[in-house]
Design a protein around this ligand. Sequence first.
Ligand SMILES: Nc1ncnc2c1ncn2[C@@H]1O[C@H](COP(=O)(O)OP(=O)(O)OP(=O)(O)O)[C@@H](O)[C@H]1O
Ligand SMILES: [Mg+2]
Length: 420
Amino acid sequence: MSLSPARACGIDFGTSNSTVGWLRPGAPTLLPLEDGKPTLPSAVFFNADEGTTHYGRDALLEYLEGYEGRLMRALKSLLGSSLIDGSTEVGGRALRYRDLLASFIGELKRRAEAQAGRHFEQAVFGRPVHFVDDNPEADRRAQDTLEAIARQVGFKEVGFQFEPIGAALHYEAGLSHEELVLIADIGGGTADFSLARLSPARAGRPDRHDDLLGNAGLHVGGTDFDRALSLDCVMPLLGYRGLMKSGAEIPSGLFFQLATWHTINFAYTRQAFADFQHIYRDAAARRELDRLARLIGQREGHWLALQVEQAKIDLSTDPATRLHLDRLEQGLFHDITADAFGLATRSLVDRVAATVGELLDQAGIRRERIDTIYFTGGASGVPQLRARIAAELPRARSVEGDLFGSIGAGLAVEAARRYG
Ligand SMILES: Nc1ncnc2c1ncn2[C@@H]1O[C@H](COP(=O)(O)OP(=O)(O)OP(=O)(O)O)[C@@H](O)[C@H]1O
Ligand SMILES: [Mg+2]
């Protein structure tokens, strides 16, 4: 390892959390970004009362304290979607989604530089194996957009590496012997996999092409688990799957918007309100819709999504959890069991497991030969998911890495390799 600090940093811009890694001798790789912590939640809050912009945990707190304004989360999900070319209204003005992303990524850069005590002009950004599933052209556009944003905030040279390879490089730095490893990085927005031959001796080689045996990924992550749990267990309390007087089901659009992190604000538009009034007028029952009216009227969509996310996290360790929904109706609560969560998310787990199977088949590697599964990314905390992936490789041992830090740390290794 070089004795001087690297020129470049590695940036893990995540759907839920972001980190910045910088390789320098004798110091931890991840730079503290908020309250001494290495992660900055990928959230922005525009406080309309005071005309201020807030990032990370601070953004979530301001929103939860009840300031008027607008919270944005899961910004990265915009990159692979057609929304990226559009804009949203903030404080009476149109804000382009690109500029919203630039505002967050610029903040990451500023905070990292303040901690490092220097400017960064080169960076390696992580990227999911697929920003967009099954559409190489749209996928390319998503990366190009991220690159343009990185340049817009002041990076002069911008490289990319697959997020799971970032994690592989981090895991490899702690290895004492060679292993054939499946890296499973299951984050907020995507599940990404790499199959790699890792060892201390190979780590120093300039070309690792032969050691990387395959990548695969799909657009399923923790936010999809939140959405599935919300739709199955929580949105029915607000009228989802209820009936209109005609006997037809209540239109589901609003419920999908509210269950999806990056579209929650759509539920507060005039159009959404008109849709709601129409539903309310012709619904067979109103108790649930009164709760929905309160949720929309008080802009509690992110609050509810945060309750659902916390329930999901609790269910990773507990057999059941209780949602307290006083904000929707006095005294309202709802219990969710781990079994109900398992049922709600079964098809997501199936799709992730199938992707692992396909990766192994494509790489032409017998399953018994894999030594280790290295789990990283917050959503790899979901036990059903870990168990299903482990079942694909019965002889491999499972290692749980640093769930939130390994990608940024590995991207720092890559940044030092590429830019010195
Ligand atoms: N203990 C836990 N059990 C289950 N899920 C968890 C746990 N802790 C965090 N999560 C979930 O992990 C996700 C965030 O993980 P992470 O920070 O790795 O994602 P990210 O890197 O921001 O996203 P991506 O890499 O997909 O862009 C969130 O959906 C969060 O709810
Ligand atoms: Mg990630």
